[in-house]
Ligand binder design. Structure first.
Ligand SMILES: [Zn+2]
Length: 599
């Protein structure tokens, strides 16, 4: 059984398939019918429509804002509702938080208004990428007797039914794991590229990524005009008399040379380049004067310029890394600048770093993902906050590493009456484990989800894309057997009773064959494993990395209140989605008096 636990995370791998399956199922289970405004009011009825452009590495969203708008308009075409648009389509608008989404925040302010009938978005991930936020939103929408609609074809889900509600929560959960999984995979990808000697991220100033991902000197540059402004353009097209052209890679070379051969600091190098009209290029490919920060960055990129890839990003490099400098050999045919120069730059940087920076100062070696970060609270502060009805008095216990021992520590400068100021992470997490073991999925949810899995495996009429020839033949045989049965019945060879019995059996075989090959069977298998996972949160916890534990904990708990003196969990609040899926055990229910949801 324990092995099956692993499948919970392999769920992420086929999340697309699962989501399309859920979408398909939602469509087949609920016919949403025509969307109409609630007719019992003469007031203007409004639909709040939300559009978000999500950010992808390739810069393209699979569902463009135009597509999202079109889907929403189609769905509400005959509804009689007034459409009110809220959009976050400029720049990077992550679904993981709301801070950078003014459009969404404006929509939220309208949420409770009387004239609002429903909220509509193309799909759930437009609204939030966090399961608990979805849970909160649904709760708010329901308590206001509003509706939430999803407009993407195949995703229309009616949230007034328990099944629709469950599916939405489930999608949100899968979405969230997808975000985490994508991040972990991206980190892994970056690591593999580094091992192959290919840099990730923006190429250092003055270079671009050429064939095979290796750096090359750029031929681009900019004109410095007599009025001290910059214009980008090729070296042949002089924009004004007296204008001066430099390429960006020459500028980088100039910075490195000044640093290696003079005793000028970053600022002074920048001033000199500004006086001489050297152009720098910002992230949006616009030329501008060189700043001290630019100089620092160029200097720190000496390994990349020399064809090397460091384990850290240039800005995170410290004196300890530089200490191994003597053993460094540059890769000549990948270097974009003379390696003698780069070595001189590195030597000066090391000297400066040792002079101005104590080796361990402010260096975070490996950021550890404290599983209970952001959700663990001090019990005495919590009690004070409750008595004074001042949520601001609550204090989180943050993660800290004390000589290799990881602990959760009380905020400094706050005296709340408790004696102990910190606790070992393992002590808290051991108790959390016993709590997790007591959290069990609600029986009806379990049944519903399992039925969902079964129905998926049976009802799907997938095209057998990767079906083997053998399987095709088996399908044909089954089909012929059914046709033969029809003929025999028609010709009077079979009685009606025999016919019905045999037909049912043969059709069952056929359906099983149809459902068997493609990933459908596997998906339903994984879905049922996911259900099993809800049943074994403690096992899942034990098998997870700290980063996964953090995601799991934050998915499950809004807060956990911990008594540092008694070293025990005294209360906790489940997230909205977890409340939906999980039954609260009685033992902890009684102690959960300090319910932080009172705020
Ligand atoms: Zn406290």
């Amino acid at each position: 059984m324990a092995l099956k636990v692993l499948l919970f995370f392999s769920l992420c791998r086929s999340w697309r398939l699962i989501r399309s399956l859920i979408g398909w199922l939602a469509l087949s289970v609920f016919s949403t019918g025509a969307i109409a405004a609630k007719s019992n009011s003469a007031q203007r009825r409004v639909a709040l429509c939300y559009v978000r452009l999500s950010y992808t590495r390739t810069g393209e969203d699979a569902v463009s804002p135009e597509r999202q708008r079109a889907n929403i308009e189609t769905m509400l075409a005959d509804s009689g509702l007034t459409l009110e648009w809220y959009e976050d389509v400029q720049g990077h608008r992550s679904g993981a938080d709301t801070e950078h989404r003014p459009g969404w925040r404006a929509l939220e302010r309208r949420l409770d208004d009387d004239d609002v009938d429903l909220i509509i978005a193309n799909d759930l991930s437009r609204i939030h990428r966090r399961g608990w936020r979805i849970g909160q939103l649904i709760h708010r929408i329901q308590s206001n007797s509003k509706r939430l609609l999803l407009a993407a074809p195949g995703r229309q889900i009616d949230l007034s039914t328990p099944m629709g509600l469950m599916i939405v929560q489930f999608i949100a959960m899968v979405d969230e794991y997808y975000v985490l999984d994508a991040r972990l995979r991206q980190q892994d990808n970056a690591r593999r590229r580094r091992e192959k000697g290919i840099t990730t991220g923006t190429p250092p100033f003055g270079t671009y990524r050429g064939e095979g991902g290796f750096l090359k000197r750029t031929q681009h540059g900019a004109w410095y005009l007599p009025d001290a402004s910059f214009v980008s353009g090729p070296s042949k097209a002089c924009p004004a008399p007296g204008a001066l052209w430099h390429s960006f890679s020459e500028c980088a070379l100039k910075i490195l040379t000044l640093y290696a051969t003079t005793s000028l600091g970053y600022e002074k190098i920048a001033y000199q380049l500004q006086r001489d009209g050297w152009p720098f290029e910002d992230k949006r490919d616009q030329p501008r004067p060189v700043s001290g920060d630019d100089v620092r960055r160029v200097i720190s990129n000496w390994p990349e310029y020399g064809g090397l890839i460091g384990a850290h990003r240039a800005k995170d490099r410290n004196a300890a890394d530089l200490a191994q400098l003597d053993g460094v050999t540059f890769i000549e045919d990948r270097a974009v600048f003379p390696t003698d120069l780069l070595r001189a730059v590195a030597l000066r940087q090391r000297k400066n770093k040792i002079l101005y920076e104590s080796p361990a100062h402010g260096v975070i070696k490996d950021a550890y993902a404290y599983p209970l970060r952001n959700i663990l609270y001090c019990a005495s502060c919590e009690e004070k906050a409750r008595q004074a009805a001042m949520p601001a008095l609550r204090s989180r216990l943050g993660g800290t590493d004390q000589n290799g021992i990881k602990r959760y520590r009380h905020k400094s400068g706050v005296l709340c009456g408790g004696q102990a100021r910190s606790v070992r992470c393992e002590t808290v997490e051991a108790e959390l484990l016993t709590l997790l073991a007591t959290l069990k999925p609600r029986a009806e949810v379990l049944t519903d989800l399992l039925q969902l899995a079964v129905r998926m495996s049976r009802g799907l009429k997938f095209k057998a894309v990767d079906a083997t020839q053998q399987h095709q033949q088996a399908l044909h045989r089954a089909e012929r057997k059914i046709n033969a049965l029809h003929r025999q019945y028609r010709d009077g060879v079979l009685t009606e009773v025999d016919y019905t019995q045999q037909l049912a059996a043969r059709q069952r075989t056929y359906t099983e064959l149809v459902a068997q090959p493609v990933s459908a069977a596997r998906v339903s298998f994984e879905l049922s494993d996911c259900v099993i996972m809800l049943d074994q949160l403690d096992v899942l916890w034990n098998m997870s990395t700290p980063a996964h534990r953090q995601a799991l904990a934050q998915n499950l708990f809004e807060s956990i209140v911990y008594d540092l003196d008694q070293q025990r969990i005294v209360a906790y609040t489940l997230t909205a989605w977890a409340q939906f899926f999980l039954a609260v055990p009685e033992r902890f229910d009684r102690t959960a008096k300090l319910d932080s949801s009172a705020f």
